[in-house]
Design a protein around this ligand. Structure first.
Ligand code: FNR
Ligand code: 8K6
Length: 347
């Protein structure tokens, strides 16, 4: 019934996946205090190497991108060395792994990087406190200057080059879930009046500059992107966001990403301004490789792929609960159900 999930899938001339099941990016907050990946993280990822592709937990491109404790980085030599243990272990186990590149923008907290500005498109604060550190309240960000934006683009490209040096097979740019890139793409967080705000073209500029800079550095075959046209996390939706994503998807259609990935926790969520599900909205505007995600069982994912709703499925929480998720699905064995208390340990 889930046979289609086990068909190999060619992303491009350089990368073929053994099956269509991706491990979704999952923040675990388990790097050491220098944000270096550990041996336990290498073993955790290697246990899941029979996924067609692992996408790493979101990994910060520079210190001021940090919004949660002990999230790994990819901006210094020790972090690159730490990731080599992870990529080596995954490759020895026969798997492939992309790094998810992250800057949290207004969701960053100065506590994590020794004080200083929190950069974002505009001085629009996110309400509430930091998960895992409820004593830390979000601050009002500083609108990034054009010069600072250019530096951010360069820092994303450098982090992508670092990922390749660390042995990753490619990178997924985290343009989703209300973090920095997504903050440029939504009216809730982008009130700029310069070339990075105000119109769909201007609001898409940062996302496209980051994407193009990374592809120029490491190649389109190794460059993927995750986006959230539906605002649902750290963000309020606005009907005008639709035009921004219409424009962005038109531009992405003319590029050669390894894949495009929806950022959502539950694919069945519907958004008035998108006319329904985010995945259906994207599929209508983008006909290259698309990754769906969000609340899927394996049979549901196989059906959605068979119905051409997307090409590949990313699985998140069930992969936390079942390191042997792929083998269990293949053998049609029962899965352990996910619960939030599993986040406390790296099994
Ligand atoms: C996530 N998700 C997520 N997304 C992302 O782009 N980068 C990340 O680092 C994380 N981290 C993360 C941690 C935890 C604990 C959860 C539960 C989720 C979202 C994740 O990739 C996925 O979209 C959702 O979990 C929905 O898929 P499932 O879990 O229903 O298969
Ligand atoms: C993406 C980074 C997350 C870092 C902290 C880990 C938080 C784990 C939260 C898991 C809970 C999932 C449900 C959240 C649904 C929000 C959608 C409205």
């Amino acid at each position: 019934m889930s046979d289609i999930l086990f068909h190999p899938f060619r992303l491009n001339a350089q990368i073929e996946l053994n099956n269509r099941i991706l491990m979704a990016p999952l923040t675990r907050c388990m790097a050491d205090d220098d944000l270096v990946p550990t041996a336990d993280m290498a073993a955790y990822y290697a246990r899941r190497a029979d996924a067609g592709l692992i996408i790493s937990e979101a990994t910060i491109i520079r210190p001021d991108g940090q919004g949660y404790p002990n999230t790994p980085g990819l901006y210094n030599a020790a972090q690159i060395e730490g990731w080599k243990q992870v990529t080596g272990a995954v490759h020895r186990a026969g798997g492939k792994i992309f790094a998810q590149l992250w800057h949290t923008g207004r969701v960053a907290h100065p506590h994590f990087f020794g004080g200083g500005d929190v950069l974002a498109p505009s001085a629009e604060k996110v309400e509430g406190t930091v998960p895992r550190r409820r004593d830390l309240t979000y601050v009002t960000p500083k609108p990034a200057s054009v010069e600072e934006i250019h530096q951010l683009v360069e820092d994303y490209a450098q982090a992508a080059a670092n990922a390749i040096e660390a042995g990753f097979d490619g990178v997924e740019i985290h343009g989703a879930n209300g973090y920095l890139i997504d903050q440029f793409l939504h009216h809730d967080s982008n009130k700029r009046t310069d070339e990075y705000g105000g119109t769909p073209e201007n609001m898409s500029r940062f996302a496209l500059q980051v994407t193009d800079a990374i592809a120029a550095r490491i190649g389109w075959e190794k460059t993927a992107l995750r986006i959230s046209p539906g605002a649902y996390f750290n963000m309020q939706g606005d009907a005008r966001d639709r035009q921004v994503f219409d424009y962005l998807l038109g531009e992405l259609q003319n590029r050669e990403l390894a894949y495009l990935h929806i950022g959502i926790f539950d694919d069945s969520m519907e958004f008035d301004y998108l006319g329904g599900r985010a995945s259906a909205y994207v599929r209508q505007r983008y006909n290259k490789t698309l990754v769906g995600v969000g609340g899927f069982s394996a049979p549901e994912a196989a059906k959605a792929i068979g119905d051409d709703k997307f090409d590949l499925i990313a699985i998140g929480r069930p992969f936390i609960a079942n390191p042997d998720y792929v083998a269990k699905v293949r053998k049609q064995e029962n899965l352990v159900e996910y619960s939030d208390d599993m986040l406390a340990t790296l099994v």
